[in-house]
Design a protein around this ligand. Structure first.
Ligand SMILES: [Zn+2]
Ligand SMILES: [Zn+2]
Length: 255
């Protein structure tokens, strides 16, 4: 077996328990300035992940003073709250691609910090009236073996720790991959996700029973994936589901 690189994780450790990397300084992945621990520097987080008025239900940007976008008012999603750290635009689209597909766990702390900040400033998302349990949208077993870590869980467990909340990687199972979502329209995405997620046994049901669950994912586009996973958590007994994502695709770019 080849030696384990610092930013890889053994597939057998479930939905991700990455080896801790050394905390030496690295260059900011965006502006290349030296920054403690590498990842993204504070200045770039402040510049590229500003606090913006967002729909409470889907995190799409809304005009100041509005709580919800028109789409959510017309058809409220399964999840009652959505938080996004930033829009899925440059430089975050590149950062997330690196984080997901190129062993980019060096980005994790910075991305998780941006999401934690967004949760902290969102009404009822964190704090005593917010989520009580944190989990992540799972990968299928095959995808987890291929990638070696679940990027959503890597974010989820950090945000949970910093928010002082319990985190569980095994509340949901993903029964199959849905690889071609990007080419589908909204209705087809929802149909493609039918039956993909299910609660992972009695222990998962006990963990979510009557609790507000925060479901973490990397990118929110139409919300079809989050909606399907949220529905499975509600079916398992969660009293409500929040969706916390790194990046929200701007509404105009939705299909
Ligand atoms: Zn920077
Ligand atoms: Zn909305």
């Amino acid at each position: 077996m080849p030696p384990l690189a610092w930013n890889r994780v053994r597939p057998s450790t479930g939905q991700g328990r990455a080896a801790r990397g050394p905390g030496w300084p690295g260059r900011c992945g965006i502006c290349l300035a030296w920054t403690p621990g590498g990842g993204v520097c504070r200045a770039c987080l402040d510049t590229h992940a500003p606090a913006l008025p967002r729909c409470l239900s889907c995190a799409a940007q809304v005009p100041p003073g509005l709580a919800h976008c028109g789409r959510c008012l017309a058809r409220p999603p399964v999840h009652v709250r959505a938080v996004a750290a930033f829009d899925y635009v440059f430089p975050w689209d590149r950062a997330i691609a690196s984080f997901k597909f190129r062993d980019g766990l060096g980005w994790t702390d910075s991305l998780a910090r941006a999401l934690c900040d967004a949760v902290a400033r969102s009404p009822d998302a964190g704090g005593p009236t917010g989520a009580q349990v944190v989990t992540a949208v799972p990968l299928s077993d095959a995808r987890l073996r291929e990638r070696g870590y679940n990027q959503a869980w890597e974010i989820a467990r950090r945000v949970a720790r910093w928010q002082g909340l319990p985190a569980h990687h095994d509340l949901l199972r993903r029964l199959r991959d849905t690889p071609h979502q990007a080419s589908l329209d909204r209705a087809a995405r929802a149909a493609n996700l039918q039956g993909v997620f299910m609660p992972d046994g009695p222990a998962a049901r006990a963990a979510v029973q009557g609790r507000v669950v925060a479901l973490v994912d990397d990118v929110f586009t139409t919300g079809a994936t989050a909606g399907a996973a949220a529905a499975a958590l509600r079916e398992a007994g969660a009293s409500a589901v929040h969706v916390w994502v790194l990046a929200r695709t701007p509404a105009r770019r939705e299909r």
